[in-house]
Design a binder for this molecule. Structure first.
Ligand code: AMP
Length: 453
């Protein structure tokens, strides 16, 4: 029940009006510390109820202080116009019994109209970083009085190249008292760096782990010998599985385009979604899939963030995602609300170890499936380590030395070109000194008491 939270009665009235009965796990975990004024780093995906988890405490803060407003008091930065619209709607629904005013500023809208909106000074401003920077540069936006800053889908803002803009906007909110950072995945080093630089003694809430996986979703793997073989498997699955809507994930844009081309050539009605597609293509693709005119979407992870398609019951991982979090994020879209879902990962030799790490992360063993007539030459590693990974694939140190000698590799020489994007071994060390509270579906969620100020 929402009355467990110390929220203003006008907000509780709005919650009741919206017929929200039970708070979702992210709301249970985030609302109390957010009301207390703590900085939070929350990992939770779209559909988890994360918007209300930050909107309610934000409104509670603004409603409680009878401050005369001269400038924007709360800023919500997020990656897309679509998300900005949804968030504005949510803010307006929750603030319907208050005098709090909110506004939205995103690209693709008239600048002058936006400047006029800003002159009226909303309490809450929601928007995408690029257009906010333009207003900042034009002097039409002042953020110096922002008390509360919220970064929503921060991982996606970074993926979309907004890091610098976000940092600048954060810098403008120098007097803020509280910062909340939400992301769909636990992200990489860039997100950790951002969290470390913008949050003060944050509480870290991780909510999109195993618990996000729906029990109604079956998880299978099919081994494949090559990309071509995977394409044949996809074709077979789309022709033979019973499904309403399917998403096929690839790790690269190139692969997404290639697979999309193949499917269309075979007469499958499909759409492709990746980072090179603009907002219009994206909206068209999502609308068509939602309406049901198109049943198949080929997508990369970045493009698919924030996607909430009802009736999605088949997910195919053309490539294995690079982390357990990303896997959960992909698969968590199927089998919503008690419906049945099917998740199939196609596993080549270079996907095997990733797959096995994900199995260990989830403490599950995926069903092994073979399609008659489409069995390839690769059926998994010949020998397995106790961990489930392929044994004997790593060269022994001595062999490697010999190989290097043969190839004339100079160990001391600096590598040419770009450094690899490989995650450093000690990457975790620069995590902000936060308390980590995780809900992995195996242990009950426990929220540590915030430390005394
Ligand atoms: P979000 O993850 O914030 O995008 O929310 C997903 C959807 O769930 C939105 O339409 C919310 O309005 C709705 N929602 C959020 N919290 C609750 C709740 N406790 N009860 C019912 N619906 C909710």
């Amino acid at each position: 029940m929402f009355d467990q939270f110390a929220l203003h009665e006008r907000l509780l009235k709005a919650v009741a009006e919206l017929k929200f009965v039970e708070p979702t796990p992210v709301q249970v975990a985030a609302i109390p510390p957010a009301i207390e004024g703590r900085d939070l780093r929350v990992t939770a995906q779209t559909g988890s109820g994360k918007t209300a988890a930050f909107v309610l405490p934000m409104l509670n803060r603004l409603i409680g202080d009878a401050v005369v407003r001269t400038d924007v008091r709360a800023l919500i930065l997020l990656p897309t116009r679509e998300l900005a619209q949804q968030t504005l709607k949510e803010v307006e629904r929750f603030s319907q019994f208050t005098f709090i005013k909110s506004a939205m500023i995103t690209g693709g809208e008239d600048f002058k109209v936006q400047a006029a909106i800003l002159r009226k000074v909303p309490d809450i401003l929601i928007g995408t970083p690029g257009r906010m920077i333009e207003h900042l540069n034009a002097g039409t936006l002042i953020l110096k009085d922002v008390e509360l800053l919220i970064l929503d889908e921060a991982d996606r803002m970074l993926d979309m190249g907004f890091a610098e803009d976000v940092q600048r906007l954060v810098g403008e909110c120098a007097k803020r008292q509280q910062t909340l950072l939400f992301s769909a995945t636990s992200g990489g080093a860039a997100l950790r760096e951002m969290a470390a630089s913008v949050l003060r003694d944050p509480l870290h809430l991780q909510l999109n782990r195993v618990s996000e996986l729906n029990e109604g979703t079956r998880q299978q793997i099919i081994t494949a010998e090559s990309t071509e073989h995977k394409e044949k498997l996809v074709h077979w699955l789309l022709a033979n599985e019973t499904y309403k809507k399917a998403v096929i994930f690839t790790n690269t844009r190139v692969q997404a385009d290639r697979l999309y081309g193949r499917l269309v050539a075979e007469g499958v009605k499909a759409f492709v979604l990746h980072g090179d597609k603009d907002q219009k293509d994206r909206k068209l693709a999502i609308d068509r899939v939602k309406e049901g005119g198109v049943k198949v979407l080929v997508a990369t992870d970045v493009a698919a963030r924030g996607l909430d398609i009802e009736g999605l019951d088949l997910v195919i991982n053309f490539d294995m995602p690079r982390s357990g979090d990303e896997y959960v994020h992909r698969i968590g879209r199927t089998g919503r609300a008690g419906a049945e879902g099917l998740a199939i990962s196609l596993i080549c030799h270079n996907d095997w170890n990733l797959m096995s790490s994900v199995e260990r992360y989830l403490k599950q063993r995926f069903e092994r499936r073979v399609i008659k007539g489409l069995k390839g030459s690769y059926g998994g590693p010949k020998n397995l380590k106790a961990s489930g990974k392929a044994a004997g694939t790593k060269k022994k140190k001595d062999d490697k030395k010999k190989d290097d000698k043969k190839k004339g590799v100079d160990k001391k020489a600096k590598p040419a070109g770009k450094p690899t994007a490989k995650r450093p071994k000690n990457a975790k060390r620069d995590e902000p000194a936060s308390q980590i509270v995780s809900q992995d579906g195996l242990a009950p969620l426990r929220r540590k008491k915030p430390a005394a100020e």
